[in-house]
Ligand binder design. Structure first.
Ligand code: RB5
Length: 149
């Protein structure tokens, strides 16, 4: 699976830690930040990541900021991105299985590094079930997207 990762200064340290283990298992693209800068802005990194997910350059994205909120807001501004702020493992896999979530947003100041790793693992190991009820809901989401983007 191809994945992308992005973080501002709030998530930079966690991103660097996650990269070490993710690179062993996945084809990983890092959309920055490429160095710690306390004055950087999350849209500068999360937007290119979201575009890469939208254009299928990467299959899934991991967006990290201090709370995960800003990253999630930016990612959902891009057509075809279904991003959610996730702080526990149940939603990490169910969000993929039911909602075809393709970007997970993490708050590095909210959860510990080890648990963040477990959440991301649950996200990456999950697959969309494609069940009729979920397809029906996704179709409605796509219609909303068409009307608003
Ligand atoms: C940066 O200080 C912080 O505001 C940002 O990482 C994020 O938490 C925004 O949602």
């Amino acid at each position: 699976m191809t994945i992308g990762i992005a973080a501002d200064h709030g998530g930079y340290e966690l991103k660097e830690k996650l990269k070490k283990s993710l690179e062993k298992e996945y084809e990983l693209t890092d959309f920055g930040a490429h160095q710690f800068d306390p004055d950087d802005d999350y849209p500068d990194f999360v937007y290119p990541l979201a575009q890469a997910v939208s254009s299928a350059k990467v299959e899934r994205g991991i967006a990290i900021c201090g709370s995960g909120v800003g990253a999630c807001i930016v990612a959902n501004k891009v057509k075809g991105v279904r991003a959610a702020l996730i702080n526990e493992t149940y939603s990490a896999h169910q969000g993929v299985e039911h909602d075809d979530m393709n970007v997970i947003c993490i708050g590095a100041r909210v959860i510990g590094d080890t648990y963040a790793q477990e959440i991301i693992r649950a996200f990456l190991h999950a697959a969309y079930t494609g069940e009729a009820r979920h397809q029906r809901r996704l179709k409605k989401l796509n219609q909303i997207e068409k009307e608003n983007f």
